[in-house]
Design a protein around this ligand. Sequence first.
Ligand code: CA
Length: 660
Amino acid sequence: MQLKNIFVSALALLGIHGQMEAAPSTGGEGKDLFREIVYSAKQTVFNLNAPTAVDAVTGATSQSAGRSPHVTLRIYDRGEGGKAVKTVRMKKSGDNRWTATVGGDLKGKFYTFDTSHGETAGVFARAVGVNGRRGAIIDLRDTDPDGWAQDVRPALKSAADLVIYEMHHRDFSIDASSGLEHKGKFLALTEPRAIAHLRALGVNAVHILPSFDYASVDETRLSQPQYNWGYDPLNYNVPEGSYSTDPYDPVVRIREFKQMVQSLHRAGIRVILDVVYNHTFDIDGSGFQRTWPDYYYRKTADGKYSDGSGCGNETASERPLMRAFMLESMKYWATEYHIDGFRVDLMGVHDIETMNLIQHELTELDPTLFIYGEGWSAGTCAYPLDKLAVKAHTLQMPGIAAFSDDMRDALRGPFSDDSKGAFLAGLPGEEESLKFGIVGGIAHPQVDMSRVNYDKQPWAAEPTQQISYVSCHDDMCLVDRLRASIPGIAQDELVRLDLLAQTAVFTAQGIPFMLSGEEMLRDKKGVHNSFNSPDSINHLDWNNLTRYPQVFDYYSRLIQLRKNHPAFRLGTAERVRRHLRFLDAQPCVVAYALENLQGIDAWNDIIVVLNANRQPTVVTLPEGSYTVVCSDGRIDEQGLRTLPGGRVTVAAQSALILHK
Ligand code: CA
């Protein structure tokens, strides 16, 4: 099949076709492609993919300063500093492959590959020293916490059942108010208070911002506060050192990451990793460039490095080795670390074929592994747009979801101008975009695509291909955006609109996603791009839980409502079109019925009304005996009151949900 061809191309490039096929124990041809070290107590074998003569892509030789291409393996006692204790000239083992075998037990040592372009830990180091410039030789089994073999993924019947909580390790736990011991560390998520908070909120998937080894935080200076989101990849297949209790000991970060996964899994919470294959921290210092210059990066027609990532470079997923690298990397996280899903940063930089291959392979590994991504790039890519995994092409990528910026911006206002509001600000005109988000980005007879903000065609085939959200780590968080777009907003109005926004998200048919801390009414002091802002901007203030108890209470009840009622997560486009019907409503009001739910939900008919007006609004409902479960900022599934239908008043800036 298609996948086979990918590896055949990659293997042919490396001139090692025969040898790879003769290695039957790998469970996949690709697995050994990036096995840069094979450790045993007797010897360690090192392998590196790098040109042996002529660059397969550019046609240029990799000669530097008149030398023939060569790779030297250097062994060190430490992860940084000091001289190599051993150097070994690697031998060619294929057209573009090098190997060396070093006898003896090297556990605890560090290594680099020294090419004519500089030293590197390689492209697929599985353990590294402090700051990730040297690979580490360890026995991965030493990193497994007690009980790791018994760790299992929490069950997941449909992606529609996910409730995703996007968090940054430091935001979550760094403040004294968190009461957590391991501040800013993976281990914070093993602490009872953290787990109790997530369980009480009701989320069942934690999406952790980049947690692979990134470059921008100096791991040797952790006594000084340093902050970064982590979108500057250095080693894709090793946990970040600054989130461990000891970045110098290569075993520690791996074990602590696994402890975190294990603890979340025990609590029934899946773990989703934010992956950033679209670019590297820099070009010259990257493992990609130091092993195989220019192979892994796209260039423009005039020979410059393309910058579709907005970070100075862009990788080339369509090339066999890069494609295989992404696939093997995700498979590695899913198997070695038991990761349950991936959020693909700037997925629009990658090509459709690669994303489909990855989706196919991960599904083979475990059908519950879930992939979603940003369906855009941050600049123009040096690859044909019709082949890129942008949101408009989601229809060509079954099983992969994309973020709905349509829904996000219909609620809060456009990404391009923080001062502009939309539905939440009581401005009419975005109702149709919101409706498009409510159905999950699919075609629906009552959604007029000509009036939707960004997309003129439905882009999802199934509602499980849409991530529904109103805020994420990017841009202003919800509170800041409400303040920026509604001048003079009063505190009670802020809370009302915050709850209304999340009601739209959590009752919509896509997959709900929230930014960590929204449940405690977080703000970022108005900072839009807080990627390297100090803790004082990014941290969660846990004291807000007592300041605004109604916010957490409402969020948790809202999530419970979704979890208890399959009507809010029908899961297929066909069911959404059959059971979801929009009702006539005033401007700045969206109302819909989930109807004829016999056999699907304990409630036969549900009505949801979202009123963003500063005044109460009246909707006309069919006569009947209704039980109100959400009204004016309060939720009680047992019922707040009953209503006979007909003309019903909905309080200002709030949601009304009732059933019969
Ligand atoms: Ca790092």
